[in-house]
Design a protein around this ligand. Structure first.
Ligand SMILES: [Zn+2]
Length: 287
């Protein structure tokens, strides 16, 4: 069984367009959030998802995009690499065919989660779980090279998978995809193990404690989404410039960026819980 699992771990995830944290990343974010929901948010999620977990619907928005191209741009924001602040006119241009950007989308989703009913409210929850994840994937906030989709890299690392006898395979992907999926897959055997890694690691840090929804009661508005995007963009600058000149992502690269990947996945989970707790405790604003 172990050799089958190994083969899968070292060969899967090589094809297909990169679009977001892969299913593992989104499940990790959702699973960090789930136990941190307030009683009203737990109730709201139970009602809308009919008892299913947040993780089970966390990648729905990527499937939905395949048939609804007008939601394409809702998953990212194109901030130029060399700036530090978001500019709506520059970075979030509406496009009839492909939507606007993740910051505008989160603003709508937040309102719909509070104000919509029926299927529209269910969809708002599914988008919320997914997009709060995406806005924390560093390359989802970078304009250059389509967020790294146009940079070919070779993931050639042993990673943290405990298998000294395994052969290390060359894995040709693009830089964006490496961040969506491959680096996570080289760190743990399955996404549940990544949640454990965070609960025993980054989620115990002082920064995590301060971001915990139990401690952070600042109301979430459109400015919050801008702050999240700018914060993620800072991480993006670091992981972009740490990329080796030969575009081989090796064990040294993983070691250098792993604290950032842990922090981005962990903080996304905490902020998702805060987003949902906030939505469940506030009435629909008067229009
Ligand atoms: Zn996405």
């Amino acid at each position: 069984m172990r050799s089958i699992a190994l083969a899968a771990a070292f060969t899967c995830g090589l094809v297909g367009p990169a679009a977001a944290w892969g299913p593992e990343g989104h499940s990790i974010v959702a699973e960090v959030a789930q136990p941190r929901l307030s009683a009203p948010a737990t109730q709201l999620v139970r009602k809308l998802l009919k008892g299913r977990s947040l993780a089970s619907i966390a990648s729905w928005a990527d499937d939905y995009r395949a048939t609804h191209p007008e939601t394409e741009q809702w998953h990212f924001v194109d901030i130029p690499l060399n700036v530090t602040t978001y500019d709506a006119a520059r970075d979030c241009r509406p496009n009839k065919q492909s939507g606007d950007c993740i910051i505008a989308a989160l603003d709508r989703v937040q309102k719909d989660l509070r104000c919509a009913t029926g299927e529209a409210q269910v969809q708002a929850l599914k988008f919320a779980v997914h997009l709060v994840g995406d806005i924390h994937q560093p390359l989802h906030t970078v304009k250059e090279k389509k967020g790294g989709n146009e940079i070919a890299v070779d993931v050639f690392m042993r990673g943290l998978l405990d298998c000294p006898t395994c052969a290390v395979a060359h894995t040709p992907v693009n830089f964006h995809m490496a961040w969506d999926e491959t680096l996570i897959q080289r760190t743990v055997w399955d996404w549940g193990a990544y949640v454990d890694r965070l609960e025993n690691g980054w989620l115990k840090t002082a920064e995590a404690k301060a971001e915990d929804p139990a401690a952070n009661h600042a109301p979430i508005d459109e400015k919050t989404f801008i702050a999240w995007a700018e914060d993620t963009h800072k991480a993006a600058q670091t992981v972009w410039y740490l990329r080796p000149a030969d575009d081989v992502l090796d064990d040294r690269y993983l070691r250098d960026v792993l604290p950032i990947m842990d922090r981005q996945l962990g903080i996304a989970g905490l902020r998702l819980a805060r987003f949902l707790n906030d939505a469940a405790s506030q009435a629909c604003p008067a229009r």
